[in-house]
Design a protein around this ligand. Structure first.
Ligand code: SF4
Length: 304
């Protein structure tokens, strides 16, 4: 096994293919609304991560039913994950948060994946998720944005949190019996390969359950986009991205599920994305190189 693919984990856990359906709720982000910063992370566009979602004005259950009806017909799908994807899902009053989650607990939804920031995961919200997980027969995974384990890089990205915030959030989520997924960008030019290795080692030591990797894409109307247009920022090349991603996998515990190796963004909103190459071609290249060089997830991991 080159790496622990999400699709394999889902079949092993739920005994068939499971489809992740994005849900959009009316929340913002404290790193954009002035609470922490009004500028947001330097790469974050106006829509947060919600390119593929329906309007947040549509009730959660209605969004899910519409998407499920389309996907079940197209792919003969039977089981689903409701993915609270956009901005910071826990950045709303606790009662409202509970209501959003409960609306997503419908037939054939086997898990709720809730994305948030490391500094927006108070115990009250963890308690709500644990209660729903225990009483409603649904798994809950907290997806936590980290991107880099280098505090200096986090500051340059204007993330507005530190590595300690992330460690604290994972440890508390685990204490509450919730699974966690870390979001990482493997080709941040401000990071060195040693930061990438340190990232894999930290996630392994903490016992994070899943990882979602991204490449750094550059959206229009972002600070990073303005730097890029003025020639002040140069992305790494594709070979470096592939090498860093493989190295990251080598130092990562073999038990951690890889949700994905590379993200994607809509072309019309991007100044730069994935070296104008399809994401699946890049994944193919990563896998080819791993096979050829006998490299695999966990090969150099100390933990697990
Ligand atoms: S934490 Fe997420 S939603 Fe908030 S500014 Fe950063 S990338 Fe955007």
């Amino acid at each position: 096994m080159l790496y622990y693919k999400f699709s394999d984990y889902l079949v092993k856990t739920y005994h068939e293919k499971v489809y992740k359906i994005p849900v959009n709720i009316p929340v913002k982000c404290p790193n954009r609304d002035g609470t922490i910063s009004s500028e947001g992370c330097i790469f974050c566009g106006d829509e947060g991560a919600g390119f593929e979602t329906l309007s947040p004005d549509i009730p959660v259950q209605e969004q899910l039913r519409r998407n499920i009806s389309y996907i079940s017909e197209k792919y003969h799908a039977k089981k689903y994950i409701a993915y609270f994807q956009n901005y910071t899902s826990t950045y709303c009053p606790a009662d409202q948060f509970r209501e959003f989650l409960l609306q997503a607990v419908i037939d054939d939804v086997v898990a709720l994946y809730v994305s948030t920031r490391p500094d927006c995961l108070d115990d009250e919200y963890l308690e709500i998720m644990t209660e729903i997980q225990n009483n409603r027969n649904v798994d809950i995974v907290v997806e936590i944005g980290l991107q880099s384990v280098n505090n200096s890089t986090l500051s340059k990205l204007n993330r507005g949190h530190t590595i300690t915030d992330f460690i604290d959030s994972v440890m508390r989520a685990k204490k509450f019996g919730l699974k966690t997924c870390a979001h990482m960008i493997t080709d941040i030019p401000m990071d060195s390969i040693y930061d990438v290795i340190e990232g894999a080692r930290l996630l392994s030591t903490l016992g994070v359950d899943q990882v979602k990797c991204h490449s750094l894409y550059i959206l229009k109307d972002t600070k990073l986009g303005r730097w890029y247009s003025k020639g002040l920022f140069k992305p790494l090349d594709i070979g470096e991205f592939i090498e860093r991603t493989i190295t990251f996998l080598e130092y990562l515990s073999k038990d951690i599920v890889i949700q994905r190796l590379i993200g994607r963004a809509p072309e019309d909103r991007c100044l730069f994305c994935n070296w104008n190459t399809s994401w699946w071609k890049i994944v193919d290249e990563i896998e080819e190189k791993m096979k050829k060089q006998n490299r695999y997830q966990g090969k150099k991991a100390q933990f697990g």
